[in-house]
Design a protein around this ligand. Structure first.
Ligand SMILES: [Zn+2]
Length: 437
């Protein structure tokens, strides 16, 4: 077995890939900085810019047909060395599942689910985390770190374990015990910071600087959106001859929907597809700062910026993000695709967890089911017409958050060990069967 094989140095083979500041446009070579030195840590987010003309020559449908069935198949559009060999070859290329009964329940012509719960650690975040680990290996790092309580942490611990890197995770002291299990099972060193998430985040950045650990923190690492982009690249390829009108994704920090939109756009730029889809951003009504700023842009306030309510909170923990660091990218992604935002209540999210499981066989965590709840809400509001075809991004497996799922789903029946008790339950559930789609 080959663990921790070090690819060639990141800068060596990729002269046609550079970094550009989203704020001021300053250009940088790969591997030099993580944020724009002029604009600083919070505003100077860098974007990876590829040579699309060069990619067009080799990234073709014929070439893709012969490639590995993982997200590494799009190497022309990833910041990787030419001789890159993945240490975690099973990330991505997740199935696109027809959901006719769920579509009928929502009242829409067609719905497909992109089930990213089937990634190695069970979430969409395996895409950026596996890329972060590849970048860390390319730079010769031995250790990698992040501050997170959720899927980011577990996916990083998973990818690091596959690569043989040491992994350090900073979590708030209040982290639920259940969430620790996956991290510890993958062998991560977990620091519980009593002072809370913001302190854990700052401490992680300090520790990375002090100990030379590779920093996966999304707000300052320009490569993570490229990993998230592969979700969009795959939707484009899987729907190449059968395009959706809309792609729905839940929005927390804002980085994921921006990555998905970038992926769809780049597949059009390289000529794999000729269509574009409109992005539906879905936020939880009780924590919807990105939708709020999008709405102000749409009503003509060109200088709209984020309004922060640190007390905003939602049941869907993976998008429980009152201070989204990538709101600008998330607003732009939806506006550039001529899309829209909707918000849904926690009750609507719970219903979507239940109905998605019951009507498709896909067990979605609350933040993933939010994408489905958003489609239903957008149809109700007339944002998405009933004759539309939609893809909903299922960004995490329901087993990630069984406590959250239990709030949404039904209950088991307590019965005595007699057939009579079973008969009564069965006759009641037959009534339900006749009423359901
Ligand atoms: Zn700048």
């Amino acid at each position: 077995m080959v663990f921790g094989r070090r690819p060639a140095s990141a800068g060596a083979c990729m002269t046609d890939i550079r970094l550009s500041c989203v704020q001021c446009g300053a250009g940088y070579a790969m591997g030099v900085v993580q944020t724009c030195t002029a604009c600083g840590l919070s505003e100077g987010i860098l974007d990876v810019v590829f040579d699309i003309a060069a990619a067009r020559k080799t990234l073709t449908r014929d070439a893709l047909a012969k490639r590995e069935r993982s997200h590494w198949r799009y190497r022309e559009l990833l910041p990787l060395a030419d001789d890159f060999t993945p240490v975690q070859p099973d990330v991505g290329w997740t199935p696109l599942i027809e959901a006719p009964r769920l579509a009928q329940a929502i009242g829409i012509r067609r719905l497909r689910l992109k089930d990213d719960g089937r990634n190695p650690s069970g979430s969409f975040k395996d895409r950026p985390s596996s890329l972060a680990v590849a970048m860390a290996l390319a730079q010769g790092a031995k250790s990698i770190a992040t501050a997170s309580t959720g899927n980011t942490a577990s996916s990083l611990a998973c990818s690091a374990a596959a690569a043989g890197l040491s992994c350090y995770i900073f979590v708030p002291g209040t982290v639920p015990e259940g969430k620790l299990a996956q991290l510890l099972a993958y062998g991560a060193t977990v620091f519980k910071v009593a002072e809370g998430y913001a302190a854990a985040y700052d401490l992680c950045n300090e520790a990375c600087a002090a100990f030379g650990w590779y920093n996966r923190n999304c707000a300052i690492n320009p490569y993570l959106v490229e990993g998230k982009k592969t979700g969009g690249l795959e939707v484009a390829e899987q729907c190449a001859d059968d395009p959706p009108d809309w792609v729905s994704a839940s929005v927390g920090d804002g980085c994921s929907i921006a990555g998905i939109e970038k992926g769809l756009r780049q597949m059009r730029e390289v000529g794999i597809i000729e269509w574009s889809a409109r992005m539906l951003g879905v936020q939880a009504a009780d924590c919807a700062p990105v939708m709020d700023v999008w709405r102000r842009f749409e009503s003509g306030d060109a200088g709209a910026t984020l309004k922060i309510d640190p007390t905003a909170t939602t049941y869907a923990d993976s998008i429980n993000c009152p201070v989204p660091r990538n709101w600008r990218k998330a607003v732009n992604a939806v506006r550039e695709s001529n899309g829209g935002y909707v918000s849904v209540s926690d009750e609507q999210i719970m219903a979507a967890v239940r109905e998605t499981g019951r009507l498709t066989g896909v067990f979605a965590e609350p933040a993933a089911a939010t994408a489905v709840a958003g489609v239903a809400e957008a149809v109700k509001q007339g944002v998405i017409p009933r004759d539309a075809s939609v893809v909903a991004m299922i960004t995490g497996n329901g087993l990630k958050d069984t406590a959250g799922a239990m709030k949404a789903v039904g209950r088991a029946h307590d019965v005595k060990a007699t057939l009579a008790g079973i008969e009564q339950v069965v006759s009641e559930s037959r009534i339900c069967e006749r009423q359901s789609p």
